[in-house]
Design a binder for this molecule. Structure first.
Ligand code: ZN
Length: 199
């Protein structure tokens, strides 16, 4: 396995519509190696999701993992606000996303292809993803809260959509400034600090 370089914004691969994989391709050593590399790259970053275009491969392939240890730095209130619970490692191939219900949630999120800049993005609270797993078996996953956010973020990557396309641009923050000014705050508190633009 190998940790691969994560492509940064500006690289056109992040704007391409990734192509679907056949079951035959999925079974090849090449694609299984790619999945192993994506897992290692996501863990090394560290991140909670990685899409193949982020390592320069325009394929409909995503890995996700949100282990409990990543959630230790948050208070119970913060975890509750994010509706964030641990998610085991899994692979999604050719995912199709369906929004369930009409509830939306605003939260700060980041992206490994944006040097982990943070920004407030409005996402659906609940979604379903129908996909294949790494063995080519059909899988259907329903996610709410933070996991639904990860699913939407990663499936967007396969369509050439990145989080800044959907964000409130006034909330864009470097990682250091996010921690300094907004880290312990709710989105409403952060937006109150940022204020409205002068007319
Ligand atoms: Zn991303």
């Amino acid at each position: 396995m190998a940790v691969r370089e994560i492509v940064q914004v500006g690289d056109p691969v992040l704007r391409q519509h990734a192509r679907a994989l056949t079951r035959e391709e999925l079974a090849t050593g090449e694609i299984q190696q790619l999945i192993a590399d994506m897992k290692e790259t996501m863990r090394a970053a560290p991140g909670v999701g990685l899409a193949a275009p982020q390592i320069g491969e325009s394929l409909q392939l995503v890995v996700i993992e949100d282990p409990a240890e990543y959630q230790k730095g948050f208070t119970p209130e913060q975890l509750a606000a994010r509706d964030r619970t641990p998610v085991e490692f899994h692979v999604l191939v050719n995912p199709k996303l369906t929004v369930l219900g009409e509830d939306t949630v605003q939260q700060f999120e980041g992206c490994l292809s944006f040097a982990t800049f943070n920004m407030v993005v409005t996402r659906a609270r609940k979604v379903r993803v129908d996909a294949l797993d790494e063995h080519g078996a059909p899988v259907s996953r329903v996610g709410t809260g933070w996991y639904a956010r990860i699913l939407q973020h990663e499936v967007d990557h396969l369509k050439g959509i990145v989080c800044v396309d959907r964000c409130d641009p006034r909330t864009l923050s470097t990682p250091a400034n996010y921690t300094k000014f907004y880290g312990g705050k709710t989105v409403a508190e952060a937006k109150a600090i940022i204020g409205k633009p002068a007319r």
